[in-house]
Design a protein around this ligand. Structure first.
Ligand code: NAG
Ligand code: NAG
Ligand code: NAG
Ligand code: NAG
Ligand code: NAG
Ligand code: NAG
Ligand code: NAG
Ligand code: NAG
Ligand code: NAG
Length: 306
């Protein structure tokens, strides 16, 4: 019996498919140019095999919550193999890098790129149609330098934004709905917190199978048809400087009537879990220290020799 219970969630996870094999076609639409000063916590998660063409490796956004940890959507860390029984395939850490510290994806100096140590997915994450607990923490091999990025603090556990609060969301995206190339420059849009019950009824009009949970927060997208799109998963919804949501179900820019609400995982519900993960690791890996000692030793040795 214990065994069956153990395998049930796995079976559930594996039995659903999601649009998780991201293409580079659909991103924040009708946004405004952003500067890095406005969004110094913003990261781009990039597929190593695609980054030779600057920016094209971008698959998801994310937000730095320490110099060494990124909060993103769990659904940015795996794909579903539809052809093979909808099997969940977790991404290999070494296939992705994290870019931060510039609004321009083409500014690829070494202090703006970090390798991924590991992913910590929320243990109760369910893939679609539930999409519950769609959060993951990326631990980087080494921290970003403080002069390059500025992490965003976690919200208090009891933080609840008021209806109609103005929030911003930034992302690297195509600036027209027909472009298939991500924006080199970070874009941002304003959104408004939507009343939870309005969200539920609005959302249901769109014939969506997902269920709005209290641990999700919605914004409306009525202004000038600005909206996030498929590749905007993982982007941070920030309201009055407070980290409020992580995008997990962005609109499809290509559909004409996507005035359905934008959906985010409500970060305040997970503040404690996130802290247990980010506090569990020393802020700098032993590997990093080893490298530092080696570098110092090397420099010293060279001096002695010369
Ligand atoms: C954003 O910047 C680009 C390139 O610098 C410029 O062509 C465009 O007009 C700007 N867009 C807005 C909305 O300011
Ligand atoms: C991830 O990729 C690296 C390098 O290609 C490989 O050595 C490693 O075994 C892979 N890990 C998994 C879990 O597939
Ligand atoms: C990056 O792209 C922007 C906008 O296209 C351009 O102004 C800038 O010079 C580029 N930077 C580098 C380092 O290529
Ligand atoms: C979206 O929110 C804004 C600000 O509260 C409001 O003016 C607008 O009517 C709302 N639109 C919808 C579709 O609810
Ligand atoms: C999540 O937060 C919302 C709003 O603060 C609250 O109503 C809800 O009970 C919380 N859910 C959980 C599971 O903590
Ligand atoms: C929407 O577009 C109109 C006309 O272009 C503009 O005046 C208005 O400021 C825009 N609203 C927002 C919130 O961007
Ligand atoms: C997408 O772009 C085309 C061409 O500019 C336009 O005709 C169409 O209305 C746009 N659709 C949306 C949803 O903006
Ligand atoms: C968009 O909505 C309008 C009004 O509800 C409707 O007439 C139109 O057919 C819709 N377009 C699409 C592509 O669903
Ligand atoms: C993965 O990341 C967590 C959180 O930072 C850390 O506690 C753990 O030691 C890491 N695991 C490995 C195998 O590096």
């Amino acid at each position: 019996m214990g065994k069956i219970l153990y395998f049930l969630p796995l079976a559930f996870i594996c039995s659903y498919a999601g649009p998780l094999e991201l293409t580079i076609t659909e991103r924040i639409l009708n946004g405004l140019n952003a500067t890095i000063e406005q969004f110094s916590y913003m990261v781009s998660i990039q597929r190593v095999s695609d980054i030779s063409n600057p920016g094209h490796g971008h698959t998801c956004g994310g937000v730095l919550i320490t110099q060494r940890h990124v909060l993103t959507a769990a659904s940015c860390t795996y794909r579903i193999d539809y052809a093979n029984n909808k099997q969940v395939i977790h991404y290999n850490e070494s296939d992705f890098i994290v870019f931060a510290g510039s609004a321009f994806l083409n500014e690829t100096s070494s202090d703006r790129i970090r390798s991924i140590e590991n992913y910590t997915r929320h243990p109760e994450h369910l893939i679609e149609p539930s999409r519950a607990n769609d959060l993951a923490i990326i631990t980087l091999v080494s921290p970003f330098p403080e002069r390059v990025v500025k992490p965003l603090a976690l919200p208090p556990s009891d933080y609840t934004p008021r209806d109609s609060t103005v929030c911003t969301i930034a992302g690297w995206g195509a600036q027209t709905n027909l472009s298939s190339i991500p924006s080199v420059q970070l874009q941002y849009i304003n959104n408004y917190i939507l009343n939870q019950n309005s969200c539920i009824s609005l959302f249901n009009n769109f014939d969506q199978v997902e269920k709005i949970l209290p641990s999700m927060v919605c914004t409306n997208v009525s202004d000038n048809n600005t909206k996030g799109c498929k590749g905007d998963q993982g982007n941070a919804l920030v309201c009055g400087g407070i980290l409020t949501g992580i995008s997990f179900l962005p609109n499809d820019c290509m559909s004409e009537n996507s005035s359905r609400p934008e959906l985010y995982t409500r970060v305040s519900n997970y503040t404690r879990w996130i802290q247990t993960v980010t506090d569990s690791a020393p802020n700098i890996k032993p590997r990093f220290y080893a490298l530092l000692i080696l570098t110092v030793f090397h420099a010293f040795f060279q001096k002695v020799v010369s």
